[in-house]
Structure formats: structure tokens, C-alpha cells
Design a protein around this ligand. Structure first.
Ligand code: NCD
Ligand code: ZN
Length: 346
């Protein structure tokens, strides 16, 4: 007997598509299941101005295979030199849906990020005024702060002060990985949301480190202790509108992952929806999947929900997802949950 569920078509509220050959290879993996995605601007060089975002949007649309529908929701990369007027114009024209804050040095291609938060006060105030969302990579980068504590410390030292100093600023804490992140969102108002990735609902830090180092489970923020994974599962499956899906699918070639200093990022675009069906079923919360993947995100971003649907079907035998995606730069490994998955998209 097969079970199936049909959802309003989902969106991905945090996605890395890259550029060039990588973009062409990974874009169909997302466009197959998702109608829209918030596109991360951490290219080299980063997408900083409205003109750069418009050009990147055109490259994405040019890479979309014939017959596929997909809407990239563009973002700008916040730097200490970002011009509030350029941000406001890009928002007013409908081009961008968010601005992304990377603390300098926090993750892949974040060298142009923010060091001195006083220097971006003008942009943040303009964003609060026009209702434009700030997406935040919530980790401090201080050498003396343990990597497993960097999210919790960021909330206290940076996020909370910035939010207090900028009333009305709408903030999404991207890819939260801790109970602290979940609790901070729950304790605050409707101007604060959080994305949760697929992989952080599945792995904890043991998966990365026990029995040999697993480079394909290494991402930033790094997966934490089991108690934090359980807090994320509780938030994602709770039906609370402030939590929604942002896969943070972040492709790197195997050559760049399986090396002495491997890149951070899990590539989950290919199998995210089946994995989420598995997780939500395991939690007895399949009825909450549509909210998490298809409804809470548009509500936060004040966009219409998608009008078409996606159906997931449960098979009697485990589904064989591709282990790798081929790109002209080399293969990219698809996230392996480490357990059999019976769900697939119809
Ligand atoms: C992302 C990437 O590779 O661009 N990597 C990751 O581990 N998530 C950057 C990011 O979102 O931190
Ligand atoms: Zn990311």
C-alpha cells in the first residue's frame, strides 16, 4: 500500500546556487521541487549592489532548463560600504527580497562581511523603515570563542543589541543549529523568524566525527550536540509560523570537500523534500510539513503562497537517490542521511 501527501508547492528560504557551470548543474535539482528560493549572495566577488543582483538573476534564469519554472528571490550581501539608497531602490523595484549579513570571516566567501556594526546602522535603519528583511548568519568569529558556542554568543553579543537598536527591523536567523536559537525566536515577536535546514534535523556532531571524519557532513554553522538537534526538530514540527525551511543547500565539488582543509556545506537540494517527509513522519507530524515548507516562509516574507502543489509518495522499498550530481567542475556529493528513505516526489 502506498501513502501520499500533497502540499502547496514548497519554497527554499536559504539556497546557494553559485554561478557558471555549478549553477547550471544544481539549479534543476532545486527547481524540480521548489517554486522559489532566497538566493544567497556569497559569490566571488559577492553580490553587493542592485545592478549585480539583477545581472545574477539574469544568469540564473538563463541557466534554467526549458520547461522548468523557478523564481529566484534575490538578496544583497551587506558590506560596511553598502549604500542605503541602492538597497532601497533594489527593494522598491521588486528585485530583492532580503539583505544578507555575514559577520566577516564567519563562513564561505564572507571576507567582505561586517566587522563594525556601527558602519551598517544607516542601512539597517532604512531596511526597518521600508520593511526589508535582514537574513543573518548568526555566528561570532572571535578566535577565543569555541566553534560550538558561536551561535549562542552571537545572539547575546550581536543579534539582540542590533535588534534593540533598530526597532521594526525584520530579521531571519538563518540555519539555526541550537536550542538557544530556538528559544530566542520563541521569546520574541513576529518580526523575528528562523530558517532550519534539512541536514540539521538529521545529523548531530557525532555524525561528523565518530568513526572517521565525514567531510560531507561538515557545514557552517557546524552541527551541534543531540539535544540541539532535538530542539530543532521540535521547532520545525511544532507548527509555529516563525520557523520555516531554508535548506542552505551549499554545493562544493568533492575535490574541495575531501581534502586537508575541506569547504563547509551540505548539498541537499536533490533529496530535501523526501528527507523532510521522513523526518516529519518520524515525529508524527506529517500534517505540519506543509506549514514548514510551503506556508510559513511566504507569510514571513509577505508573499503569496504558491498556487500549484507537490506530491510525495511513500514507497514499499527504499528509494535510491543519486549519490552524486555531475558538474563541469567535478562531482558534487548529495547529502546521505545514513538511513533508508521511502519517500519520493511524484
Ligand atoms: C555555505 C556556502 O558554502 O556558501 N556553507 C555552509 O556550510 N552552509 C555558506 C553558509 O551559508 O554559511
Ligand atoms: Zn548558507
Amino acid at each position: 500500500m502506498s501513502t501520499s501527501i500533497t502540499l502547496t508547492r514548497p519554497d527554499d528560504w536559504h539556497l546557494h546556487l553559485r554561478d557558471g557551470a555549478m549553477l547550471s548543474a544544481v539549479l534543476p535539482e532545486t527547481a524540480r521541487d521548489f517554486a522559489r528560493a532566497i538566493i544567497m549572495p556569497n559569490l566571488v566577488p559577492p553580490v553587493v549592489t542592485g545592478a549585480q543582483a539583477a545581472a545574477y538573476r539574469d544568469r540564473i534564469m538563463a541557466a534554467l532548463p526549458e520547461g522548468m519554472a523557478f523564481e529566484p528571490l534575490m538578496t544583497l550581501y551587506l558590506t560596511e560600504d553598502t549604500d542605503p539608497a541602492d538597497v532601497a531602490a533594489a527593494h522598491a523595484s521588486g528585485l530583492i527580497k532580503a539583505v544578507k549579513l555575514y559577520p566577516a570571516g564567519a563562513t564561505t566567501n564572507s571576507a567582505s562581511g561586517v566587522r563594525d556594526f556601527d558602519k551598517v546602522r544607516g542601512v539597517l535603519e532604512k531596511m526597518a523603515e521600508i520593511g526589508l528583511t535582514l537574513c543573518v548568519h548568526g555566528e561570532v568569529t572571535d578566535n577565543d570563542i569555541d566553534i560550538f558556542d558561536r551561535e549562542a554568543v552571537f545572539i547575546d553579543r550581536v543579534l539582540d543589541p542590533v535588534r534593540r537598536a533598530t526597532p521594526g527591523l525584520r530579521v531571519v536567523m538563518e540555519h539555526i543549529t541550537t536550542r538557544d536559537g530556538v528559544e530566542y525566536v520563541r521569546a520574541n515577536d513576529r518580526d523575528l523568524g528562523a530558517t532550519i535546514t534539512t541536514h540539521h534535523l538529521i545529523i548531530n556532531r557525532n555524525h561528523i566525527l565518530v568513526g572517521g571524519i565525514k567531510p560531507h557532513y561538515y557545514c557552517l554553522p557546524v552541527a551541534k550536540r543531540e539535544e540541539h538537534r532535538l530542539a530543532l526538530r521540535d521547532a520545525a514540527t511544532s507548527g509555529d509560523e516563525r520557523f520555516f525551511l531554508g535548506t542552505d543547500s551549499a554545493p562544493h565539488t568533492d575535490a574541495n570537500k575531501e581534502t586537508a582543509c575541506g569547504c563547509a556545506g551540505c548539498f541537499t537540494a536533490t533529496n530535501t523534500m523526501p528527507l523532510l517527509a521522513h523526518v516529519f513522519e518520524e515525529e508524527g507530524a506529517l500534517d505540519k510539513l506543509e506549514g514548514f515548507a510551503s506556508k510559513h516562509g511566504p507569510a514571513f516574507y509577505r508573499l503569496a503562497e504558491n498556487s500549484d502543489t507537490l506530491t510525495l509518495v511513500k514507497q514499499n522499498a527504499p528509494v535510491a537517490f543519486p549519490a552524486k550530481i555531475d558538474t563541469a567542475d567535478g562531482p558534487v556529493t548529495v547529502f546521505d542521511p545514513g538511513f533508508p528513505v521511502f519517500w519520493k516526489t511524484a
